[in-house]
Design a protein around this ligand. Structure first.
Ligand SMILES: Nc1ncnc2c1ncn2[C@@H]1O[C@H](COP(=O)(O)OP(=O)(O)OP(=O)(O)O)[C@@H](O)[C@H]1O
Ligand SMILES: [Mg+2]
Length: 319
């Protein structure tokens, strides 16, 4: 099994196409820019790219650019000679040299201080790394993978990220879809993660009822796979070996659904609404979320299947 399949679970077409591109990129030395919301698996993808590359046996060095203190960023990355600045008591090769022959993972690249962005670009273009206090640069061979949850393109347009560095990094962009765009994978990930965690904690995995699964598939998962994984761990710890139905799901997590139940949940705007349009939109969303499965869509709307079928016909929403 290759590292992509071993580390990254998922069958949704939106996800598989990213993995296919990643497999092609892994065999090369090109810079890769991984995009995607928080918790979508950017770091995991970077690790898989490294493991599937010819550099697999050399180091994988991850740098969190958001955690680099601005004053120390340059010496942390490029190294320094003894006495290069006050407090530089010894010689330090820097993190870039630590990745020599391997992969340098620049995580949260959008947070790289502007003054370092210029120096990073120079390094990417020439492969030359110059420590603070050193008179001449030396060549370091590293493959760059960068990641961010931010809209880097927009940051470039707003002048908050150097355009030249952006284009240099963005040779192969890989955008991981949020979990809500790969709903078919919720079920698969849920079961796989519960099994994995159950084995780790030496507990029996809980079982989810179809109703609970439908609710979970309909959840927005703003924290993506990290949120799903934490949820699995929580369910495992508190309900090992038991059945999990709707009432066992944590209330806070499904706030939107809870708020929408009962009177007064929706407030009528002063200008009024078009109830029929709203109803049609909700039906379309429910069908979409249930992948066209009408029984499941009906459950999402709190309707019987027959009532939903009647309304689909009434609004001629069926295909
Ligand atoms: N496809 C996947 N299959 C299995 N586990 C996954 C997958 N994607 C992510 N994970 C798990 O979800 C968690 C979050 O993944 P990761 O840290 O790679 O996300 P990220 O995109 O780097 O998030 P952030 O932007 O917040 O740093 C990790 O525990 C990771 O193991
Ligand atoms: Mg990350």
């Amino acid at each position: 099994m290759n590292a992509f399949d071993a580390l990254l679970l998922g069958k949704a077409p939106e996800f598989r196409s990213v993995i296919r591109s990643a497999q092609i990129a892994a065999a090369t030395n090109v810079s890769v820019l991984i995009l995607g919301e928080s918790g979508t698996g950017k770091e995991l993808l970077a690790q898989a790219l490294h493991q599937e590359s010819a550099r697999a046996k050399a180091p994988f060095v991850a740098i969190n650019c958001a955690a680099l203190p601005e004053q120390l960023a340059e010496s942390e990355l490029f190294g320094h000679r003894k006495g290069a600045f006050t407090g530089a008591s010894g010689h330090s090769p820097g993190r870039i040299r630590a990745a020599a022959g391997g992969t340098l993972f620049l995580d949260e690249i959008a947070e790289l201080p502007l003054n370092i962005q210029a120096k990073m670009l120079r390094f990417l273009e020439s492969g030359e790394c110059q420590s603070l206090g050193e008179t001449a640069p030396s060549t370091v061979d590293v493959r760059i993978i960068a990641a961010t949850h931010r809209n880097l393109h927009q940051m470039v347009q707003e002048g908050r990220f150097r355009a030249d560095l952006y284009y240099r990094l963005n040779v192969v962009p890989l955008e991981l879809p949020p979990l809500r765009r790969r709903r078919g994978d919720v079920n698969l990930l849920l079961h796989a993660l519960v099994e994995q965690l159950a084995a780790r904690h030496d507990l029996q995995p809980p079982r989810f009822t179809p109703r609970a699964l439908t609710r979970l598939e309909g959840h927005g998962w703003p924290g993506n796979i990290r949120e799903l994984k934490n949820f699995c761990e929580r369910m495992l710890i508190f309900s090992a070996g038991r059945e999990i139905d709707l009432e066992h799901l944590p209330t806070g997590m499904f706030d939107v659904t809870c708020q929408q139940q009962g009177e007064g949940a929706f407030t009528l705007p002063a200008e009024g609404i078009r109830l029929e349009e709203l109803e049609q939109a909700m039906i379309k969303q429910a069908l979409d979320r249930a992948h066209g499965n009408r029984s499941r869509a009906a459950r999402l709307l709190g309707l019987t299947r027959d009532t939903l079928l009647y309304r689909i016909k009434k609004y001629t929403l069926g295909d």
